[in-house]
Write a protein that binds this ligand. Structure first.
Ligand code: ATP
Ligand code: MG
Length: 604
């Protein structure tokens, strides 16, 4: 392609509305254009990158025996009502765009395709002989994200590869899951990304596991905890660890103490000259279930620890049926204002004890009259602890479970693992923290959707069984931008060779020099014929401008038909290293072909 014929517009300055480097660079280099909040046009250079990423994804998927298809983006609401997700997706989380057609039928724009694919499986899979089966697609997804941001990283319209597999049993599912683990690792390695597979939260479905593939970058929205021995890595939402040992309490007899102005753990431990590990902290949350019922939650956890909201939400989802509900639609620490909507009398905030009475709650149809009481593992073994006295300005010390307080029945792990904690698999290993961009997620679904939609098969014994399912997603457009986030310098993008829009760019420093033009055009034609995807910068611009643009758009190899042509040579510059060398004109093609091979092949 000739730059003189392209829609080639680069910006000198950083666009005001872009925060992270990759977003700025893709805008500046003319890869993407913002059309609306979370809505972007993929311009020709970007589209080539996306096609390359898609091709790698296809090759790795096809190699596992998965088959490509294309499912509808317009999805009838009935399907989502069958799975029970219509209300959560359109109202609660509100992530699904929905619309009403001319026949007054409700439809959603596909944010994901479990419902559609399960309906197909229900109709078309009859026998164990048809299993296992794995279908995937590459398609634009729609999600009305609460905070669309960072360009393609979190769009409202984005490209995803999503695949769904069907199995007779868990064992078969696990095999495909392992294949996907390998396929995803291959994709990311081939795309030239530094990544880490991490254990991920699988929500309340439980399931036997899910793995996220994180591209390591400071701008990542996710936090990963890992150990240096390479044996443990998990999303902080899911991570587990050993808390620090509790210090023995100096209070050996139970007493109520006046502790004025000590609403926080820090203040009370300072006042009593005690360690936060001796404190039972009582944290209040407010959960709203999908049937509209509000439930107040009290968690007893050690004073030096924090509650992990995702773990807590999973525990509360397990209890949903007790409240006649299916899922949770919100989980918050209630503000003083919201507390007023349900308190019968004012709470001794900062001084709450584990046994705070239920009559603080003014229960009604919308508000459950009793606290859900969870005790975190960190305080089960605690002796002679400090905790609130249910009276403003007072704490108790030297308290014990089974004496002054009854241990709540539901013991949970809702503690947030933190960097610096010891690892469970080896306490000499210390958890470290890194930021990651989630580019892929593989998930053992089990029978959640097949049961909801009645998708069954007949086994060898002639029994009807629900299909066992897995699902596997890659954010194709997010992955492409992540590559930039991992690879750029002050002058622009440095594409990994495997996904660069073009391999090479031939730059003519002076288009008024006939010899420069002639050699450049010949090289341009021959490189393309030889399979080296090449741009020709034949614009009527100063050489400096052309070099700057070439650096900005990040093409791996730049070939300059400058002064060296008088010696039968051209200057070739590698974008990543900036190494420049003069190469005889008739060796350019073979040399660049070798470089491309070397840069992509050890990654295959
Ligand atoms: P996130 O936690 O980042 O919102 P998710 O858990 O909602 O992601 P999935 O539903 O598992 O994501 O989707 C599969 C993949 O699609 C993700 O791993 C991610 O790479 C990509 N993806 C999800 N949401 C977006 C988005 N709004 N914009 C771009 N890519 C996305
Ligand atoms: Mg999401």
């Amino acid at each position: 392609m000739r730059l003189s014929q392209m829609l080639f517009v680069t910006l000198r300055d950083d666009p005001a509305d872009a925060e992270i480097p990759s977003h700025k660079l893709l805008l500046r280099a003319g890869y993407i254009r913002r059309i609306g909040s979370g809505i972007y046009a993929y311009l020709p250079l970007m589209w080539r990158v996306l096609q390359k990423v898609s091709q790698i994804v296809r090759e790795e998927m096809n190699a596992t025996g998965a088959q490509e298809c294309l499912l509808p983006q317009l999805q009838p609401s009935e399907l989502w009502k069958e799975s029970g997700r219509w209300d959560t997706y359109t109202k609660a989380e509100g992530i699904m765009f929905s619309l009403i057609d001319r026949r007054e039928q409700q439809l959603g724009l596909g944010p994901t395709h479990e419902e559609v694919i399960t309906a197909i499986a229900r109709d078309m899979i009859r026998s164990y002989r048809q299993l296992p089966l794995h279908l995937y697609q590459l398609q634009t997804k729609f999600r009305d994200e609460i905070r669309p941001r960072f360009g393609l990283m979190r769009g409202r319209e984005f490209i995803m590869k999503d695949g769904y597999s069907f199995h007779v049993d868990e064992e078969s599912l696990k095999k495909t899951y392992q294949d996907m683990y390998q396929a995803y690792s291959n994709m990311l390695r081939r795309a030239g990304l530094a990544f880490r597979p991490v254990e991920a939260d699988s929500g309340a479905i439980g399931g036997s596991g899910s793995t996220e593939f994180m591209v390591l970058a400071d701008a990542g929205e996710d936090e990963v905890l890992y150990t240096d021995d390479g044996k443990y890595a998990a999303n902080v939402e899911k991570a587990v660890s050993l808390p620090a040992d509790a210090e023995p309490s100096q209070f050996t007899t139970f007493a109520k103490r006046e502790t004025p102005g000590t609403e926080t753990i820090e203040k009370v431990t300072q006042f009593l000259n005690a360690s936060p590990t001796q404190v039972v902290k009582n944290v209040l949350y407010q959960a709203v279930y999908d049937n509209g019922l509000t439930v107040l939650v009290l968690i007893n956890i050690r004073g030096d620890q924090e509650v992990n909201d995702v773990k807590l939400q999973n525990e509360l989802t397990k209890l949903a049926a007790n409240y006649g509900a299916k899922t949770i639609i919100s989980l918050t620490v209630p503000s003083a204002e919201t507390q007023q909507t349900w308190t019968a009398k004012s709470l001794p905030l900062g001084y709450i004890a584990p046994d705070i009475a239920d009559d603080y709650i003014a229960g009604n149809k919308q508000i459950h009259p009793k606290f859900v009481r969870f005790v975190d593992k960190t305080v089960v073994e605690l002796k002679n602890f400090i905790t609130g006295a249910n009276e403003a300005g007072y704490h108790v010390v030297g308290a014990n479970w089974g004496e002054q307080f009854t241990l709540p029945e539901i013991v949970v792990d809702v503690r947030k693992a933190r960097p610096g904690d010891r690892a469970l698999h080896d306490p000499t290993q210390i958890l470290k923290s890194a930021r990651g961009i989630e580019v892929g997620h593989i998930f053992q679904l089990g029978t959640k959707y097949s049961q909801a939609l009645g998708a069954t098969y007949t086994n060898e014994q002639g029994e009807e069984k629900p299909l066992v399912m897995g699902c596997y997603g890659v954010g194709v457009s997010r992955l492409a931008q992540s590559a930039v986030e991992q690879s750029y310098d002050k002058d622009g993008i440095i594409w990994p060779v495997a996904i660069a829009p073009y391999h090479a760019i031939v730059t003519i420093p002076n288009i008024n020099d006939a010899q420069q033009v002639e050699i450049a055009q010949r090289l341009y034609t021959e490189l393309n014929q030889a399979g080296v995807e090449t741009l020709l910068d034949d614009r009527d611009e100063r050489a400096g401008v052309k070099f700057k643009d070439a650096d900005l758009i990040g093409i791996p190899y730049r070939i300059v038909t400058g002064r060296a042509i008088s010696n039968g040579k051209v200057e070739v510059v590698e974008r990543a290293t900036r190494q420049s060398q003069e190469i005889p004109i008739d060796e350019v093609i073979i040399t660049i072909k070798q470089w491309i091979k070397a840069a992509t092949e050890n990654k295959n």
